[in-house]
Design a protein around this ligand. Structure first.
Ligand code: CAA
Length: 387
């Protein structure tokens, strides 16, 4: 099976290699040329979305039975990696579509899956994930958004913060407290639609990077939804949220690998063109050693990410550990590699005339979202100690 080959660390299957080449082609033609513009304007890269959608790369993980491309976890990671290599903000289209829909795939009823996954697969709607709140970031179980049962409905009230693609997504997985006495076992998951009365959005956050991907608050003000919009059983929402992140931390690792690859590729070309002291600066061993370290860290990050993707595909018991390890390692590596890429370009690297400073800013978020790298270390340590 495809993912098992990657886990063994051999080579990609022909199919996975073909996916990489196809995404790279779309991104070179339609996504990369607009990456700087998305960063400058802070506007959602609709043209990138259209290009990814036309090639069926906007939500590749959705199973074939719902009209999706049915890509396995590794092929999905490769799509995200390749889009991120061109434009990190655009890579949040396939990444967050996976994040938002994973609770449905893991725990949703057949009706919910059919109703929503088909629309995402068709590219008619995107799906966001609403876990964090102003006072519940790393401590996700401290959320206060409340869902109260009223007859055949649930009524939701609260504020969700840092919601990627909020406003452009039609659908939202919302985690809310259904039993305030039970902490994490009193949290349930729901599908909320943008058009549900009582749903509204805050102003876009002014961020350091991934500027083309809107990050906004989601306000739930007496949002009344039918009871069959609950994902899984009452009280299982927190476990579903954590299981989802086990899978999707792999996709953030892939995003980090892609951003780092983009920076290394650019810096590699630059140092061979740039001449100082009468020769290309790539002739200097100090530069060569930097490039070698960047390439080494990048490949280690990629291998760990692909190994984690194999676990995600198979649903292995050690996915929690591998998802956290891959996300943490790859994002730390991406931060180092993009910072070194800026260094290799010298003063030019520090300007917006060249893409590496954007990549360095974009890399930073991968150390923060889907759980800070400090949280990843908590997750890894707990797994190690219980083993
Ligand atoms: N799979 C299944 N169940 C899990 C689980 C997992 N990986 N991790 C925890 N659980 C279960 C536990 O078994 C436990 O269940 P029981 O009560 O039945 O025993 C329950 O959940 C509570 O677990 P913990 O006691 O470990 O919970 P905690 O309060 O100590 O928190 C934490 C653990 C790891 C710190 C967690 O809160 C966490 O991951 N925090 C970070 C949140 C995060 O990643 N937020 C990112 C938001 S999404 C985002 O960034 C998206 C974006 O925009 C791109």
């Amino acid at each position: 099976m495809a993912a098992e080959q990657a886990f063994d660390g051999y080579r990609l299957t022909d199919e996975q290699q073909a996916v990489r080449e196809a995404v790279r082609e779309v991104c070179a033609a339609k996504v990369a040329p607009r990456a700087a513009e998305a960063d400058e304007t802070g506007e959602f890269p609709k043209a990138s979305f259209d290009a990814l959608r036309a090639a069926d790369f906007h939500a590749p993980h959705i199973p074939v039975e719902y009209g999706g491309a049915g890509a396995d976890a590794l092929a999905t990671a490769i799509v995200i990696e390749e889009v991120a290599r061109a434009c990190a903000a655009s890579s949040l289209i396939p990444a967050v579509n996976k994040l938002g829909t994973m609770p449905l795939i893991l725990a949703g009823s057949a009706e919910l899956r059919r109703k929503y996954l088909t629309q995402v697969a068709a590219g008619d709607a995107m799906f966001s994930y609403c876990l964090s709140e102003p006072e519940a970031g790393s401590d996700a179980a401290a959320m206060t958004t409340r869902a109260v049962r009223e007859g055949d409905d649930w009524v939701l009230n609260g504020v969700k913060r840092w919601i990627t693609n909020a406003g452009v997504s039609e659908f939202y997985t919302v985690f809310a407290v259904t039993d305030p006495t039970a902490r994490s076992r009193g949290i349930s998951a729901f599908v909320v639609e943008k058009s549900d009365p009582g749903v509204s959005f805050g102003a876009p956050e002014k961020k350091l990077g991934i500027k083309g991907s809107p990050t906004r608050e989601v306000y739930l003000d007496g949002v009344r939804i039918p009871a069959d919009r609950m994902i899984g059983a009452e009280g299982t929402g927190f476990a579903t949220a954590m299981q989802t992140l086990d899978h999707t931390r792999v996709t953030i690792a892939a995003q980090a690998v892609g951003i780092a690859q983009g920076a290394l590729d650019y810096a590699k070309g630059y140092v061979q063109e740039r001449r100082q002291f009468g020769k290309p600066v790539s002739d200097f061993q100090g530069i060569q050693f930097m490039l070698a370290d960047m390439g080494m860290k990048l490949e280690a990050a990629r291998q760990l990410t692909y190994a984690a993707a194999g676990r995600s595909e198979r649903g292995d018991a050690d996915l929690t550990y591998f998802g956290a390890a891959a996300k943490c390692f790859a994002s730390d590596a991406a931060m180092e590699i993009t910072t070194d890429a800026v260094q290799l370009l010298g003063g030019y690297g520090y300007t917006r005339d060249y893409p590496v400073e954007r990549m360095m800013r974009d890399a930073k978020i991968t150390q923060i979202y889907e759980g800070t790298n400090q949280v990843q270390r908590i997750v890894m340590a707990r797994q190690l100690l219980k083993g």
